[in-house]
Design a protein around this ligand. Structure first.
Ligand code: MSK
Length: 634
């Protein structure tokens, strides 16, 4: 057994949370811990997916005595429809994020709020899409690529352009299964059409469309969100930062950014470093301005600027409970409406910025690409001026902080690994050294660990427990979203410390490449990076994606986006392990399609595994990786 002493434990994180909950009690604040108690036990029909409220004849709930809804739909149709709607919600959300990024790209101009930071990537994508690049002004090209991207949402004919990035075999599987995504909006809208009263109730058709809608996200909207964020803000490279609540600074103005869209947070980071704003902070008695982040906005600015990560999804109330948060500034997704009333118990300003995420008890500063600079400066000013309203007696910043190296885009991974093995890099590097490490057994395989926190799982315990188990077994972990932040908070992204906890093979790779054993690949939309990495590995290795010893895992997921992600990861040929059931257990047929030997497995060569016992989930992941190795004869 390893001694994990230098890492931050779950118990230490819980102890810190408990001191913050004492503050909550003092000020009479409501917290998610209390609301979970209020909501327990959960509705059994909802949990098993067997409640239908798609039309107003119901709601219909399926029991032994009432096996069909009023329209005659059976439990399998109801569970299947609920599952597809769940997926469509996630695909719409991720893809709309991607659409916003396309619009931001369209707004770029020389000297403007937004400029092109990675012109090579823009040119690469333009060429990939057959757009003429020769002799074109970079901003004309950016606008043309952005417009072409926007048309991916509603084009009347054809399929998503990025599908061609997948290996031929994968493309063939998608074609044969009739799940190649067409226009992104069409897949979302068709999912709603199919699940309208009186349309599909055949589980197989509903699950096929779930995969298709998921693919429109992962190989469409999300992929554009990632790629164009890189064009706009720079493709991430390894950068050092810190993580956990202790990154907030007692003597500074603390601004916490939260949500997903980097367009706003990039600007906030810029203006927090503005000498005028720093001088203003000093004039109100602070030593400076600290920006830190929660959820995926945090991942975005951490990867590109080394901005510290205060925490993940279930820490969002904690940052306010420190009493040292002058402003929590949010864009879209994963934001608790609870932040409004909670902020009112403190001096904190809860600032919403997007018409997509309006909430009571917030101050709304409508953000737009056209006036981004002005908006961001106004927000930073509001936060700074709020410092004087802080009650020093309420300040309690838990002393938890770990170092983390983040920013492993596909380009960065290839560069660090290829750089070790090969002094003559080709233009973008290859995954061959990684393939060699896995082939030789130095690394047994890889796990893509993604997803949220969910109060149904002791926060972060599944992420951290599973990661440790993988590292001990020489399985490298790539992580994104709140799973990545869990690793960073614990210290698993500290390249100096974390390698000590790995098996001998993984430790050697980390030392040679100077990487941590858990690689931060970004935010939720950046799971598309993982799809590209898996595709490139399969191509460099000369095998199918489903043969590569790699699995996906979301042990603490909670959002619709995560269901959409699960669908596209499985549809890409990667076995996906979930620690929370996606409201599908009420139907044997749907469960068999998603998890059995002859459902999605027959169509795309991968399936879901749902296991709420985290120890068993980890064992199953290792078994799956080892079975893939054995099948390859390695
Ligand atoms: S933020 S979707 S809680 S990963 Fe992307 Fe975290 Fe899940 Fe939101």
């Amino acid at each position: 057994m390893k001694d994990w002493a230098s890492l931050t434990t779950i118990e230490e994180m819980e102890a810190a949370t408990n001191t913050l909950l004492e503050t909550a009690q003092k000020v009479g604040a409501d917290t998610w811990q209390q609301r979970v108690k209020n909501q327990t036990p959960h509705c059994g029909f909802g949990e098993s997916g067997t409640c239908c409220r798609i039309c107003s004849m119901g709601p219909c709930r399926i029991t032994k005595k009432a096996p069909r809804g009023i329209c005659g739909c059976d439990v399998h149709g109801i569970v299947g429809r609920n599952y597809l709607r769940f997926t469509a919600g996630g695909a719409a959300t991720h893809s709309d994020h991607g659409r916003e990024i396309c619009h931001t790209l369209y707004q770029t101009k020389e000297g403007g709020n937004y400029t092109v930071k990675d012109p090579e990537k823009l040119i690469r994508i333009a060429k990939e899409w057959g757009i003429e690049t020769e002799g074109k002004d970079i901003y004309d090209l950016a606008h043309e690529v952005a417009e072409t991207g926007l048309l991916e949402y509603g084009k009347p004919f054809g399929t998503q352009r990025f599908l061609k990035r997948a290996p031929e075999h994968t493309q063939q599987l998608w074609h044969e299964a009739e799940i190649e995504p067409r226009a992104i909006d069409r897949e979302v809208s068709q999912s709603l059409h199919m699940t309208h009263m009186g349309c599909s109730s055949l589980p197989e058709a509903l699950i096929r469309q779930s995969l298709r809608a998921g693919l429109s996200d992962g190989w469409g909207g999300s992929m554009m969100g990632t790629e164009f964020s890189d064009v706009l803000f720079g493709t991430p490279k390894p950068v050092d930062t810190t993580a956990n609540l202790g990154v907030m600074e007692k003597d500074n103005v603390n601004i916490v950014v939260h949500g997903h869209d980097p367009s706003l947070s990039e600007m906030i980071v810029y203006y927090a470093n503005d000498p005028e704003m720093i001088a203003l902070a000093k004039s109100v008695g602070a030593k400076g301005i600290t920006i830190s982040g929660v959820c995926c906005t945090s991942n975005e600015v951490a990867m590109r600027h080394g901005i510290p990560m205060a925490g993940n999804y279930l820490n969002q109330e904690n940052v306010v409970l420190t009493g040292a948060c002058e402003a929590i500034v949010v864009d879209v997704q994963c934001i608790f409406p609870a932040l409004g009333p909670l902020s009112k118990c403190f001096h904190t300003k809860f600032i919403t910025t997007s018409p997509i995420a309006r909430m009571p008890d917030s101050e709304f500063v409508r953000f737009s690409a056209a006036n981004a600079g002005e908006n961001a400066k106004a927000i930073v000013r509001m936060a700074v001026e709020n410092f004087k309203n802080r009650n020093p007696e309420m300040v309690n910043i838990p002393n938890l902080k770990q170092n983390a190296r983040v920013g492993y885009s596909v380009e960065a991974i290839k560069k660090v690994l290829d750089g070790v093995a090969n002094s003559q890099l080709d233009e973008f590097g290859t995954t061959k050294p990684l393939v060699e490490c896995v082939h030789s057994g130095v690394l047994r395989g890889a796990v893509a660990m993604v997803g949220c926190n969910n109060p149904k799982v002791r926060p972060d315990s599944a992420h951290i427990g599973l990661m440790k188990k993988m590292l001990e077994n020489d399985i490298i972990v790539i992580a994104s979203g709140c799973a990545a932040q869990a690793a960073a908070k614990a210290g698993l992204m500290d390249p100096v410390k974390a390698k000590e906890y790995c098996g001998a093979g993984l430790k050697r790779v980390c030392e040679l490449a100077g990487i941590p054993p858990v690689l931060h690949m970004g935010s939720c939309v950046d799971i598309s990076r993982m799809m590209i990495l898996a595709s490139d590995i399969a191509k460099d290795w000369g095998i199918n994606i489903s043969q590569v010893p790699v699995v996906g895992c979301a042990p603490e997921w909670m959002s619709e986006k995560a269901v959409s992600i699960g669908n596209y990861v499985v549809a890409t040929g990667i076995e996906t392990f979930l620690g929370v059931d996606p409201y599908s257990k009420g139907s044997e047929e749907v469960t068999a399609l998603l998890q059995g030997d002859h459902g999605v497995k027959d169509w795309v060569e991968a399936r879901f595994v749902v296991e709420t016992d985290i120890e068993k989930l980890g064992d199953k992941m290792i078994e799956c990786i080892e079975a893939k190795r054995a099948a390859l004869g390695i």
